[in-house]
Design a protein around this ligand. Sequence first.
Ligand code: ZN
Length: 234
Amino acid sequence: MKQLDSALVLFSGGQDSTVCLAWALERFARVETIGFAYGQRHAIELEMRPRIRTALAAHSAPWRGRLGDDHTVRIDALAEVSETALTREVAIEVSESGLPTTFVPGRNLIFFSFAGAVAYRRGIKHLVAGMCETDFSGYPDCRDDTIKAMQLALTLGMDRRFVIHTPLMWIDKAGTFALADEIGGDALIDVLLAETHTCYLGDREHRHAWGFGCGECPACRLRADGFAKWKAAS
Ligand code: ZN
């Protein structure tokens, strides 16, 4: 499975993208990360990014050797053009469109465009991202077809071969914990629980068996349920 190529991981500081980063560190000779500040109401995820990178570098000598530069990109305009619960004081609920108000239209398409531009400049062919079609609210820009279309668009639009990897696409949250366990054992699970953040309300005060969070928002419930299911099966 080892590849000599480099990879760029879309790394938000959340649980899913942290597992993707570990996945990439197992596979690629050099791994860089990219994160986006887009006016999200709770920037705690972004604040956790350097700590998680440090923790993963400490995991093993090979990972430390492969982990390369981090890139952060500010996309303030995204919050200007979108009215969502992640960027404004809007309640988290299902909107008239049938999608949760946490959906930021076009977000992942924009992220991939910027990631592609950075990868192009860095001579990187592989992009790795944590989109998942299995249990995440039906966000249309997390669908496998969307990602495949984006891979084609980037490859054609930059006249450079890009491959987008989404290792979590067909597994649920319990499966994500199982994958993390398989890749990095207890040490990686500990990093996930202590350092990664997914709570929509930005809660870092309440510590549960499954990590920090309010315990009530959809992201917390998904993570808590996934952790319980994984524990019950392991
Ligand atoms: Zn929460």
